[in-house]
Design a protein around this ligand. Structure first.
Ligand code: ABV
Length: 235
């Protein structure tokens, strides 16, 4: 899978060289590049924003640098049509099912905006372009960040861990395609490892019993109880 990220803070994306995503890049499963939007400006101050038409607070990201940057990316990709992902608090909610869908896409381009957002004509334009595979305005949750970079990190990690060969564990990968459906219904209960007693707290006896049927039933009950308590919106 190819992933490009366009941002005015490319250093923000340096975390993608670490951990699971970094290993997937090193292994060649993901081809990742981060691009500075200011490289697509032509004035002395490398300006990427301007005041909003109609008035209002803050600044709006101008369409011209976005058009130039995104067109250059598309032109570097031969016949392939990328999906344009625009993180925004006004987008549709990102979830595990969406991560699953995207893990089958060949090419994702993340457009990380700052300030009050990107001129709306950018999304409109690339939605009309037949050499792009679509435009998705996506939110990771109901809170406002300073920009799309942190949201892009979240979405890229959620997609990367689903790609074949990234986990190095095909059982976990198969359980994850199941997880997309399961996660919208329930959350997992508590898990434990050694030692059997820690600071006076014991691991539940049933998990030490070796009775696989009782263990499975106990886990189901714990999952249901925690879902009721922590996620009353599910189930
Ligand atoms: C993108 N907040 S996504 C740009 N939750 C600016 C703020 C922001 C996003 C999110």
């Amino acid at each position: 899978m190819r992933i490009d990220v366009v941002s005015i803070f490319p250093a923000y994306l340096e975390a993608l060289s670490l951990s699971l995503v970094g290993k997937a890049v090193e292994a060649g499963v993901i081809s990742l590049a981060v691009h500075d939007l200011r490289d697509a400006t032509h004035d002395r101050h490398r300006t990427v924003d301007d005041t909003p038409y109609g008035g209002g607070p803050g600044m709006v990201m101008s369409p011209e640098p976005w058009g130039e940057s995104l067109d250059a990316l598309r032109a570097s990709g031969g016949e392939a049509a990328p999906v344009l992902v625009i993180p925004t608090p006004s987008g549709v909610r990102f979830d595990q099912a969406m991560a699953d869908d995207w893990s089958a896409a060949g090419w994702l381009v993340f457009a990380c905006g700052r300030y009050e957002g990107i001129d709306a004509r950018v999304a409109d334009h690339y939605r009309e372009r037949s050499d792009w595979a679509g435009v998705l305005e996506v939110s990771i949750g109901d809170y406002v960040l300073a920009g799309g970079e942190a949201a892009a990190l979240v979405m890229i990690e959620a997609v990367a861990r689903l790609l074949p060969g990234v986990l190095g564990n095909e059982v976990s990968a198969r359980e994850d395609s199941f997880a997309a459906g399961e996660m919208s219904r329930r959350v997992e209960g508590p898990i434990y490892t050694k030692p059997p007693t820690w600071r006076g707290l014991d691991v539940p006896d049933v998990l030490m019993s070796g009775h696989h049927g009782r263990i499975a039933q106990w886990r189901r009950e714990q999952s249901e109880e925690r879902t009721r308590r922590m996620r009353p919106d599910l189930g």
